[in-house]
Each structure stands twice: as C-alpha cells, then as structure tokens.
Design a protein around this ligand. Structure first.
Ligand SMILES: *Cc1c(COP(=O)(O)O)cnc(C)c1O
Length: 406
C-alpha cells in the first residue's frame, strides 16, 4: 500500500498512566533510579526505557518525536524548542571547521542568516545556489562539501525543490540531503523521495494554533542518537529542548493536521485561481502557470493538495501595506508573520521575514517590493472571503474597475 503519513499517525496509540486516552505528561526535569548501576547504564546510553534528565529526553518529547517520525517515514526524530532549534544543531552536528554546505538561495530568513553570518565564525562556509538548476547545484559542490540543504517549497517565493534529483546528486557526492518541509507537511514526504534528514518548524502548520514555537529533526536512529549524545551531541549540548507540557499540546494538535491541510489547500487553490483570472500576479504551486507545478504535482500525496501559501505582487510596498491594513480592518486576516494559523496571515516578506537577505540579493531572486505572502486560513466560506478581498483591491485600485465589474 502507498505510504500515507496521516494513517501512520492515526495508528499510534499511547495511553495515560491511568488509562487516559492521551499520554500522561512527564512533568519532571530529573528522574530517580532504584539502583545506582542503572543510572550509570543510562548515562552510557544502555538502559532502554530509563530517563536521566529532560534535556536529553523525556517521555512526552519521545511520544511527539515518534509521531513525527511516523509522519515522515523515518526511523526516529528529535523535537526541539523551535524550528531554528532543530535546524542549527542539525547542521552543526553534520559540519565542523573546514566543511562546506551547498544551500538553496531562497530559504527561510533565519536559516539564511545562520548559514551566511554565523557559520563562518565556526569555519563552515556555504554556497547559495538556484536549487531548481541541477547543473548549478552540482557545480557548487567541492571536496569539502558535506551537506545539500533546501526547503521543499521555498519561503517566500514558493519554488519547488526536485528532491528525488537532489537526492541522486547527494548520493553521488556522498553528501547528506537535509530538507526543511515546514510548508508542506503530509503533502510531501521528503524521506520517501531520498532525503536523509527532514526538518520542520512545528510552529507553523503542524501545531497550527500560533501559540508556541517548536521544531523537529526526523532522520535515522543513528543520527538522532548522535544529536542527543551526552559527549558530543549538538541538541544535548546546545540545549534547545522543548518543554514536556508543550510537546503534549503540539501532539494534540497534530491529530487534526490532515483535516486542516486539506482545508488550507482547498481555500488557497480557490483564491489563487480566482485572483489569476482577475489578472493579478499570483504565485501558487497549484496553478498550471507555476514553473514547478508539474514537478510538485508528481511529488505530493494528492489528497493534501498544494498547500496554503500564496504570494501576490501588488506593485509597490506602499500598495502592499495599504492592502494589508485594509484587509485586517475588514477582519480578513492579521498583518503578521508566520503561517499555518486558522486565520489568514499576511506580511510583506521583503521588510519582514526575509529582511535578513540584502536588497540586491532580494532583487536577484525575484523578491519584489510589492510582494505579499499569504498563509490562507481555514475560512469556512472562501467565496465570501474572495469577494471581500476583491472589494479591498478594487477600492485601492489594485484591481481596475473593468475587471471588478466582470
Ligand atoms: C518559521 C520557519 C523556520 C524557523 O522556525 P521557528 O520555529 O520560528 O524557529 C524555519 N524554516 C521555515 C521554512 C520556516 O517557515
């Protein structure tokens, strides 16, 4: 049977201490041992089912990790306190002084800043490339390269990475392919396409209620063990540990992810199709006009659709700001960064989430001034939302009168 990530999450069962339908929350930082010998074995990593100290692991974090490993089809996973708390330690576990990374140039602003500004202090260099051009990717690889890094759907330009082809290049040059799958949980299963390590910011779709940060690294048991190693594990030693109360709440939200993703995708598709018909400059991977549409259509688990992210170019930053303020006053969404909330969120990436990228580079990658990034919400009546958004655009003359009448 074909891999379906939601089924694998559905089949996991954890009972609480008193038979509860939710697992008990491990509300402890430290754990007792009946015998001193077991404590020593736990330190050495040889005592299964024993816990030492919650920075290393806790029952609640292991439950959530197992569920996310099931979702991505990897052997194991390690949760952390934020997406960056998963990304930075993962890359530092894979690379040291003298090593080199080849990364997509259109990635999350924080990851870009980490690779560009922080990693060089540790002697790790990065070459940024257009990830959709396989010849450019391969040409950037040097004998020091250890990692190939990309996002399945890039932020904010929604470029699609051909994970299967990138995996072939990674295998040929003995690199680890690390994929940030934050924009496309359930829709795409990068490990099934050949990625070695899959990362998420749980802050976005997976938690989905904009009430906490969280992150996860999904990979082989061997790599996850290395992240937690008491002597040289980046997660253990840098300490970006998620709190047990939070991992329990993220776990409960994960249960509805499949329903939410379908609704996000359906709503985004409706708006993208209608905005395009209205003659607006809209980017959405579900549209045939998107350069990565065919590639993406072949990569996704179709029932979850093309995701909830849309970008719209309204010409100038002033127009973008006016439109966002008007839409917010009409209760169509919030002028806020982040994504995956029940309510639509919109922001101008050039001055917010991607402001770490210098202006010249923003221009080069097509990140224009008038670009608005939408995370489309779970609106019950998307036709009504569309009409209201269209009214805002007509009022601000983003949409000309003729098309508004049609
Ligand atoms: C938000 C985000 C991150 C960072 O996650 P945090 O939880 O904010 O640390 C990384 N990658 C992508 C694609 C994101 O959208």
């Amino acid at each position: 049977m074909k891999f379906n990530p939601a089924d694998d999450i559905q089949d996991l069962q954890y009972f609480g201490e008193f038979g509860g339908v939710n697992p008990s929350i491990s509300d402890s930082s430290t754990y007792t041992f009946l015998s001193a010998k077991t404590m020593f074995d736990t330190f050495e990593g040889n005592a299964d089912g024993c816990y030492l100290y919650s920075r290393h692991s806790s029952p609640s974090n292991l439950y959530l990790g197992q569920a996310l490993a099931a979702m991505e089809g990897t052997e194991a996973a390690n949760v952390s306190a934020s997406g960056m708390g998963a990304i930075s330690p993962t890359l530092l576990q894979l690379c040291g002084s003298g090593d080199h990374i080849v990364s997509s140039r259109t990635i999350y602003g924080g990851t870009y800043a980490f690779l560009k500004n922080f990693c060089p202090r540790l002697g790790i260099k990065t070459t940024f490339v257009d990830i959709t051009k396989m010849d450019k990717v391969e040409a950037a690889i040097t004998p020091d390269t250890k990692v190939l890094y990309c996002e399945t759907v890039s932020n904010p330009l929604l470029e699609i990475a051909d994970i299967a082809s990138l995996s072939k290049i990674a295998k040929k040059h003995n690199l680890k392919l690390v994929v940030d799958n934050t924009f496309s949980p359930l829709s795409v299963s990068p490990a099934k396409l050949g990625a070695d390590i899959v990362i998420h910011s749980l802050t976005k779709y997976i938690n989905g209620s904009s009430d906490t940060l969280g992150g996860v690294t999904c990979a082989s048991q061997e790599f996850i063990d290395s992240l937690r190693n008491v002597n040289n594990g980046a997660n253990m030693l840098l300490g970006p540990t998620m709190d047990s109360l939070r991992s329990a709440s993220v776990m409960k939200n994960l249960r509805t992810l499949h329903i939410r993703m379908k609704q996000h995708s359906q709503n985004a598709m409706y708006l993208a199709e209608h905005f395009e018909k209205d003659g607006l400059k809209v980017v959405y991977p579900g549209l045939k006009s998107h350069s990565g549409h065919h590639l993406y259509a072949n990569m996704i688990n179709p029932e979850y659709g093309f995701g909830g992210m849309i970008t719209l170019d309204v010409g100038t930053l002033d127009k973008a700001n006016e439109l966002m303020e008007l839409m917010q006053s009409r209760k169509l969404g919030y002028l806020a960064v982040s994504l995956g909330f029940y309510k639509t969120l919109f922001s101008a990436p050039g001055t917010s989430t991607s402001s770490e990228i210098p202006i010249e580079e923003q221009e080069e990658i097509g990140l224009t001034d008038g670009l608005i990034r939408f995370s489309i919400g779970l609106d019950n009546n998307i036709e009504r939302t569309y009409q209201m958004m269209k009214d805002c655009m007509t009022e601000l003359e983003i949409l000309k009168m003729e098309s508004a009448i049609n």
